[in-house]
Design a protein around this ligand. Structure first.
Ligand code: PEP
Length: 464
């Protein structure tokens, strides 16, 4: 058993576990469980991300805001995977660039919250902190943080990852299945029809290549990586192991771990944890960040200046991206520390609707993406990827849905298609990227199924 010791640093956003003995017991159990990913896979992902840092690939990370144990079904996992595959095929086609595919899945069971206590009708209970900690149901029993849920989260992650590996390696992600990734409930929409057209082009290209006698194995499988926020120090530390090949620590709970906007204190446990592991890591960067503190964090997180090691996931909000992002990008760029610049257009764009629900306006999401591309184009830096919350379910009805939380859904598949159309155009038109593209006319800024009312709220509250 690897014995890694961790310094006692302040850790933000940790669950108020009622009994330390229960936590110790769960952590001891976790430490005996097998790794969910292999360190070598994490290294391969670092190499792929290094390509994105040089403008030779584009990163697509997509998945739930928060996974739930109930939604850990074959249908739901397949639907999310389909959506990412669809988005990535459109992006690849638009930009003629490899797309590094990551899912916010198999570990996204923890949520940071701005309030640790929720008050309803005079009753105060611990806020919902993700299925790995407590349950959404507002009763004292269900809201009690229960460390045994950490074990459940591990097993749920293992089953999700197993299915994802089966799908991506076993034929479901074969490019010849490109039509099958179009969801039934979108197929007849304008967006669905445009996707079918694009899939038809891909079919013909594949048939042509086959007729010429080439049928590369690469078309049959895809590399797909699992990513989640490294929020719970109990969980992530317990799943950190020394890799027998390199003698270095890897967090084997997922391939890619990121630190959230609320836990990136320079002297805190999360930054220290991320600096200690050898996985590729990310850090969210919000609008209040100063360029100097981001350079300092980048120095701590990537002291050896390894390309692909660090992604800075910027989530400024549509109104601020053009003002705040340039200084940060310039300063980090001038430091010489290589990073992948990724845009998260979700978390800086939450608003409170009149109902009290947290929502996002679709136009803000698109505007932030556009601002992100503009900033990088103006500075000559590489827009390396996009990080979005999405679901494969037909959830447009979640607009205005009661939102105490979270159906962990933020955009339905129709919306990623609109987003990927917009991004496809931007990636393909970006002079910063090293390759040029096919006709952006193939990439459609698709119409949405959400009744055309602008701006359109996207999300029922999930307190981003
Ligand atoms: C998230 O990605 O789920 C999240 C809460 O993001 P942020 O840390 O940027 O708020």
């Amino acid at each position: 058993m690897d014995d890694i010791t961790w310094p006692d640093l302040p850790a933000a956003q940790q669950p108020p576990w009622p009994e330390q003995a229960e936590v110790d017991q769960a952590v001891a159990q976790l430490r005996l469980l097998p790794p969910l990913v292999f360190a070598g896979e994490a290294d391969l992902l670092t190499d792929r991300l290094a390509q994105a840092s040089r403008g030779e690939a584009f990163v697509l990370t997509g998945g739930d805001c928060a996974e739930t144990f109930d939604a850990n079904t074959a249908e739901s996992i397949r639907a999310r995977l389909k959506t990412v595959l669809q988005m990535s095929v459109v992006l690849t086609y638009a930009a003629s660039l490899p797309v590094v595919k990551m899912g916010r899945l198999a570990g996204q069971y923890f949520k940071p919250r701005s309030k640790t206590i929720e008050l309803r009708d005079g009753v105060e209970l611990t806020s919902y902190l993700g299925d790995a900690v407590n349950a959404l149901e507002f009763t004292p029993q269900m809201r009690r943080p229960d460390p045994q849920r950490l074990i459940q989260a591990y097993h749920a992650s293992a089953t999700a990852l197993n299915l994802v590996r089966a799908f991506t390696q076993g034929g479901y992600a074969d490019l010849r299945q490109v039509h099958a990734w179009n969801q039934d409930f979108v197929r007849d929409s304008t967006a669905g029809q445009r996707y079918e057209q694009l899939a038809g082009h891909i079919d013909r290209a594949l048939a042509f290549m086959q007729a010429c006698g080439t049928d590369p194995i690469e078309f049959e499988r895809v590399e797909f990586y699992a990513a989640h926020e490294a929020l719970s120090m109990d969980y992530e530390r317990a799943l950190t192991r020394i890799d027998s090949r390199t003698g270095k620590p890897y967090d084997v709970s997922g391939h890619f771990l990121w630190i959230g906007e609320r836990t990136r204190q320079l002297d805190g446990a999360h930054i220290h944890f991320a600096s200690a592991i050898s996985n590729p890591i990310g850090m969210k960067v919000g609008p209040t960040a100063s360029p100097d503190e981001i350079v300092e964090a980048a120095q701590v997180l990537n002291p050896d200046r390894i390309p692909g090691r660090l992604s800075l996931i910027t989530r400024m909000g549509a109104g601020k991206v053009r003002d705040v992002l340039p200084n940060i990008v310039q300063k980090v760029d001038a430091s010489g520390i290589p990073v992948v610049w990724v845009c998260d257009p979700m978390h800086g764009n939450t608003r409170e609707a009149s109902s009290g629900h947290k929502t996002r306006l679709f136009d803000d999401v698109i505007d932030e993406v556009e601002g992100y591309f503009e900033v990088h184009r103006n500075l000559g830096t590489f827009p390396g990827g996009i990080h979005v919350e999405l679901t494969g379910d037909d959830v447009t009805e979640c607009v205005g849905a009661p939102a105490v939380l979270p159906k962990p859904t933020c955009i339905s598949v129709t919306r990623p298609r609109a987003i990927r159309g917009s991004i496809g155009n931007k990636v393909s038109n970006s002079p910063s990227l090293s390759r040029t593209c096919c006709s952006s006319a193939e990439v459609v800024r698709a119409g949405a199924r959400v009744p055309a009312k602008s701006p359109q709220p996207l999300v029922a509250d999930h307190e981003a």
